[in-house]
Design a protein. Sequence first.
Length: 166
Amino acid sequence: MTVYVVDSNFFIQAHRVYYPLDIAHSFWNKVRDLSNDGKLISIDKVKGELYDKNDALEDWCRNNLPEDFFKSTDEVMAEYGTVTTWAISMNQHYLPNAINEFLDADEADAFIVAYCLAESAVRIIVTQEISQPERRNKIKIPEACNAVNVRFVNSMDMFRELGETF
């Protein structure tokens, strides 16, 4: 079964911009249902980024996502090494701060790529980030995905692929 692994911006942008929790109940019900069905998951590093605000989104996640929604990245350290090697190899393009931020142990981006790389045939990243290969001051998830052959989609493409509406 294909599993969609959501980046923190999936939740944050939905909550802050497109689907406020107090208005877009059908969106959040769909997210909950897909999560309960195991079609939508995330990683521990995304949990860290979401559970540091003490806000309504954190409350929603705590109360609606399955206990096993956030998967451990401990078992993907070999793949993390692959992602790290790629990022460091790009030091002629990216500024040092961009590489350091991407590889920061508390940041989810490199880890989510590594998590999906571990089972790239069945794990797809869901991110709202847009490819910007010319950018030097920030490594975007799509660039890392393209470099290591991990598939990524945005949230609407995920819903389309799943045949879901809300």
